[in-house]
Design a protein around this ligand. Sequence first.
Ligand code: FCB
Length: 471
Amino acid sequence: MANDASAVFDTLSPAVSKGSLADPFTPPADSSLWRKNFLLGAATASYQIEGAVNEDGRLPSIWDTFSAIPGKVLAGDTGAVACDHYHRWEADVEMLASLGLEGYRLSIAWPRVMDAAGAPNRKGIDFYKRLLNRLKEKGITTFVTLYHWDLPQHLEDRGGWLNRDTAYRFADYADLMSCELAGTVDAWATLNEPWCSAYLGYGNGHHAPGLANDRFATQAMHHLLLAHGLAVPVLRANDPASQKGIVANIGRGTANSDSAADQRAAHLFEVQHNAWILDPLLKGSYPQDLFELWPGTEPLVLDGDMETISAPLDFLGINYYFRTNVASDGAHGFRDVPLEGVERTQMGWEVYPDGLRDLLTGFKKTYHNLPPIYITENGMASDDEVTDGRVDDTQRISFLKRHLAAVDQAIKAGVDIRGYFLWSLMDNFEWAFGYERRFGVVHVDYSTQKRTIKRSAELVEKFLQERKAKA
Ligand code: FCB
C-alpha cells in the first residue's frame, strides 16, 4: 500500500480555525471509527501526572531515585509535582468527561497503595477508589494499568526485576488492588511496556533503575512476564467481570537496503522489539533469534514459567509511536540509519502510520491466537504554546488522523481492534525528557497548573459528538 500520509499533512494550514476550513480530523464516512462500539479515549500514567510523591504514605519509587540523580533527566526535572493530578483529579475528570472521551487509561502507583511489608496503605487506595468511582459515574470506560514503571524503591533495593521474588510481590499487589477496586475497572493491564522496563531500565540504563547489561535485560524481562502471568489468574478470581491483558510497545524496523544483511538486521530489530515480548505471551517461548543478537543472555527459566506467562489474554494493548530504519552493524545486530527528509516530531521520532498497520496485520499472520487489540497509546510530542488562549497543534491533528486511518486499514484487513487511547490526555513528565516534550491533547502550564484544551482535543470531541448524534 502506498504511504500517502505526507500528502495529508501538506494540505493542512497551520491557521486552521474552528469551523472555517474543512475539518482536518474527522474520519471519512467509511471508516470503522464511526462504529459506536469503537472505544476512543485517552491515557496517562501515575508517575507522569500525579505529583504528591511524599503524601499520604506514598513510598519512594525507582523514578524518584533515578530522577534525583544529576544528568539522568533533561533539565533535572522530576515527577515530584508533575500535573498535580493527585490534588486536581476532580477537575481533570470533569475535563475528560467534557471532551466526550469514552475511555480513560490510568495507572496505579504501587508505592502509594502498599507499605514495605506489603500491607495496604488505606489513604493511597482510597485515592484510586474515589477516582475510579467518579469515572464510572461519568460513564467512562476504565482501563487500569498496574505497573507503569514506578517500582517501589524498597523492591529495587532487593534486586528489583532481577530478583524473581519481585514477580511474586507483584501478584500480591494485583491481589490487593483487584479485591479493593473490583467493579470499577473495566479492563486490567498488568504491565505497561515490559520492553522499556527491561531494556531501558536494565539493558541500556536510560530509564530507572539505570542498569546497563544485556543479560540483566533478558532476566528482568523474564521476571516481568512472570509477574504478568502470576497476576492474571489472581485478577480473574477477584474481578471476573473485567477484561485482563497486558500492554506492549511495538516497533517497526525497516531495512536500509535490499541486501540480505540489512533485511536480516530489520528482522532482528523487530525480534528485539516485538517477538521478545509477544512470543512468550502468545507462543510460550522466547524467539531464538534474540540470542543471536545477544549471545549468551538466555534467562533462567524454571519449569512451568512459560505456561504461566502464556495463559490466555482477553486483550492485548498495543502502543505504537514510530519506525526505525536499520542496517546491519557488520556483526550480530543492527544499527539505526536515520532517514533524511522525513517528517519528525519534537522527539525526533519519524511519523510513520503505515508501520502501525503493517505490524498489526503481520501479528495476525504470526500469532493465530492473537487476542482482541486495543491501541493503548499513540500520539506525538510538539513544542506547543498557548497563544491568545488557544493551542493550534496542527501536526498532532494530522498525526492522529493518519494513525487512525492506519487502524481502520488494519481493521479492514481483518485485525480485531476495539479501541484507541490517545497518548496523552495532558502534557506530563516525559520520563528522561522531563517536561520539555509535550504529548498532551491538553496543554499544561507547569507554573500555574492551568490546563488549556488544544485544538486536537476539540476536534476529537467534535467527532465524538457527531458519532453520538448518528447512533
Ligand atoms: C511510552 C510510555 C508513556 C509515554 C510515551 C510517550 O513508551 O508508555 O508513558 O512516555 O511512551
